[in-house]
Design a protein around this ligand. Structure first.
Ligand SMILES: [Zn+2]
Length: 417
């Protein structure tokens, strides 16, 4: 564990850069850019990194960038990844820093993540003489499209040197100051399919028949859901409590999302999209079997056939247990212990392309509490009134700087083979 004085130094340096980070967060919030279009954001972040004295690699896998804080190339390296893209949502907040780009909004807090990334660079570059290794700071585009991580990995972000560990965080509708951690499944995998219905007897096609059967299929499949997505702060609070307790059904959850394509003028008649999210690949396969059984019954009764086409998927995102547990004492020292929540069940509704880094190297992601209900800031992800208590920027900066410093300290004591 870093000496207590190192954690205190991190805390006081994080306080010192806080006002600057709030300015960065607001600048980014005012200028959100969609996945694949993060040119302004990348340029802005690159100039911040250059001002902090780092050499920046830009244009990695689109508008991605990374920068290395090198103290001694012969020593191990660890990485921090933050994401930088925004969503196609029209912001309804009236805050002075509200989005200036119509129809585009940082409604998932990637502006906050980016500011924290710069904050950690600012803190740890001031501690470089005591830093027992090197750090790669990764600013990743296209997270919302689930394409950015793989594109950056292809561009070499995990090479020369390969980081010994990678960390990430995501803002959450938890009270500001709180951090949710797990040594297990962080976010589930997801599989998406396109289902196409056709008439068994093509000579007797009734107009509208296939769309009607598709709607029926969607109704039946959506009824398989036993989970209700929390839409209010109160429901969300209860859900975190459930994740803390970690009941069996939350460890084996499955969610189904079947949506008719009838509104899409480009879609064929009788097509619908099917999304399956579940805690592991076996459950996703079992869920697909259940869907097939339902489609067999409906199609048999309506003289139709169906075809299921895989349209893409993302793997589960699991934290490395050893990495999480070995860092817990340092994290507890940096953030008050009552602020840490142990999650024994995963959030069953989102996925995260951080999974592609943790598939290759040990990694851990944390939920960062960003809500302040008394101030009307609920941090409900992907909503048009999403906003955060900016105090979370300080907690996030301290937590991430501590995790990176602590992991390098451990590697210095037990160098990898
Ligand atoms: Zn996000």
């Amino acid at each position: 564990m870093p000496k207590q004085t190192h954690i205190q130094t991190i805390q006081s340096l994080a306080q010192g850069v806080f006002d600057h980070l709030v300015r960065i967060r607001r600048d980014l919030h005012r200028h959100p850019e969609l996945s694949g279009h993060e040119a302004w954001t990348a340029h802005y972040l690159a100039s911040e990194l250059v001002q902090l004295g780092l050499e920046v690699r830009t244009g990695a896998g689109g508008h991605g960038l990374w920068a290395d804080l090198v103290t001694d190339p012969s020593r191990p390296s660890v990485a921090l990844r933050v994401d930088i893209d925004a969503l196609p949502i029209q912001e309804v907040n009236r805050a002075p820093y509200r989005s200036a780009n119509p129809g585009v909004m940082h409604a998932c807090g990637h502006d906050v993540h980016s500011a924290i990334g710069i904050g950690v660079v600012g803190v740890l570059s001031q501690m470089r003489t005591s830093l027992p290794g090197n750090i790669r700071f990764i600013f990743q585009p296209e997270e919302e499209e689930i394409t950015g991580a793989q594109r950056m990995i292809r561009a070499g972000v995990l090479n020369r040197p390969t980081p010994a560990a990678i960390f990430g965080l995501h803002v959450a509708p938890l009270p500001v100051g709180v951090i949710g951690w797990t040594d297990n499944l962080f976010l589930a995998g997801f599989a998406h399919y396109l289902v196409t219905l056709t008439d068994q007897d093509l000579t007797k096609v009734q107009p509208g028949h296939l769309d009607a059967v598709a709607r029926r299929c969607c109704q039946v499949i959506n009824r398989f859901n036993t989970w209700h997505l929390p839409t209010t702060w109160e429901e969300m609070e209860a859900f975190w409590q459930l994740m803390h307790i970690g009941p069996r059904q939350l460890k084996n959850f499955i969610t189904y999302d079947a949506t008719p394509n009838a509104d899409d003028p480009a879609a064929w008649e009788g097509q619908f999209g099917l999304g399956i999210t579940a805690a592991n690949p076996h459950l996703r396969l079992a869920a697909l079997g259940r869907v097939r059984a339902a489609l067999n019954a409906i199609c048999g009764a309506t003289r139709t056939r169906y075809h299921i086409e895989p349209m893409g998927s993302i793997i589960d995102m699991r934290n490395d247990p050893q990495l999480v547990l070995s860092n817990l004492p340092a994290l507890t020292a940096a953030v008050r212990s009552e602020q840490l929540i142990h999650l024994r069940g995963a959030f069953p509704f989102n996925c995260e392309d951080f999974a592609y880094y943790t598939k290759r190297i040990p990694g851990a992601m944390y939920w960062l509490g960003a809500a302040n209900p008394a101030a009307g800031k609920f941090a409900m992800l992907h909503t048009p009134d999403f906003d955060v208590d900016e105090g979370c920027i300080q907690t996030g900066t301290i937590a991430m700087a501590t995790l990176l410093f602590n992991t390098l300290s451990q590697l210095a004591l037990n160098p990898p083979d």
